[in-house]
Design a protein around this ligand. Sequence first.
Ligand code: NAD
Length: 369
Amino acid sequence: MKTHIQTRREFLRTSTLAAASLPFVSAMSARAQTAAPAKKLGFALAGLGSLSTHQIAPALQKTNFCRLAGIITGHPAKAAQWKAQYNIPDKNIYDYDSMEKMADNPDIDVVYVVTPNGLHADHTIKAARAGKHVLCEKPMEVSPERCQQMIDACRAANRLLAVGYRLHFDPNHLECVRLAREKVLGSVNLIEAEYGFRIGDPTQWRLNRALSGGGPLMDVGIYALQAARYLSGEEPVSVSAVATNNDPAKFKDIEESISWQLKFPGGALASCNCTYNFNGLDRFRAFADRGWFEMAPAYGYGGLQGRRSDGKWAAFPPMDQFAAEMDDFAQCILNGQPTKVPGEEGLRDLKIMMAIYEAARTGKTISFT
Ligand code: NAD
């Protein structure tokens, strides 16, 4: 028998009253927009790499409740470039060693941590100690212990902590969650989810375990894991896994590809794959009693495509996932509400990913009891 599945009324109610303690799927709906505040919250981006440059900074310009107020970077040349491009005053420019000084800067309300995974705890804890709320990119860190330290630091500073799970704000994914929760095609019995790409530059931090925490599982497999969790609406009871590495010169201390299976308490199964070795892996499909629904492509910043076996999928207009994610976080802060994507959610994924690695290493099924 399946565990409690929400009715539509419950789904709508909990989506607005989302509390960190609720099953995360119930909270996975768009927050109603309130009137724009007199003062937009000031965001400082920590780490001015690819994601900050190409997605987050442009998305900040589209938000209603946020503004790009500051930057934290180890590169003076980047600081000069961003200062000119986004009109950032010198007093709002920091490096990683001067983050504590943000405590005296009322322009900055939120630090968005966009550095390599293994630095997230350091930067989150510094930001929290400076009295700033923290939005941290996924994966939250490289171990559950570090995730817990981040949660503890933000709690001690009475600051909000959220993880950058942008797909929790994408209407396509929200619709798939609705289809699952309302059993539109019956109960979901099997979820297939996979994401991967062929990675280039072998010197990048993503291939360095100390900074990445692992290979494609930490980077993109986490999206397939998330999909399995929010489509099932349950936490897995066990996991089995197998990993492969056909290029040990390139993948020195991380997996090249990994496949894993999850069993959920209500009886549903999930079969997931991720890779750094080839392109084209970007989809999920949920098989329910009377048909299926899927997204392919499923996990990109746009151009997502849904389908239903009964042909009833209705397309959603394009939107900016990062702008929605940041506006939601700002509204949580402004309204004193919990976030739908708290640190505890990032911690759950880290615990499961560690179990996936253990299952692959030992060849044993790992139970969560
Ligand atoms: P990137 O390599 O392009 O940028 C990383 C930034 O961190 C660079 O500006 C770099 O200078 C800085 N940095 C600071 N200390 C560093 C160190 N010791 N070594 C290397 N770089 C250091 O990476 P990215 O693609 O922007 O990813 C950053 C974070 O965002 C990661 O946690 C990643 O998982 C996450 N991310 C999320 C999404 C998403 O869709 N939500 C997409 C891409 C990346």
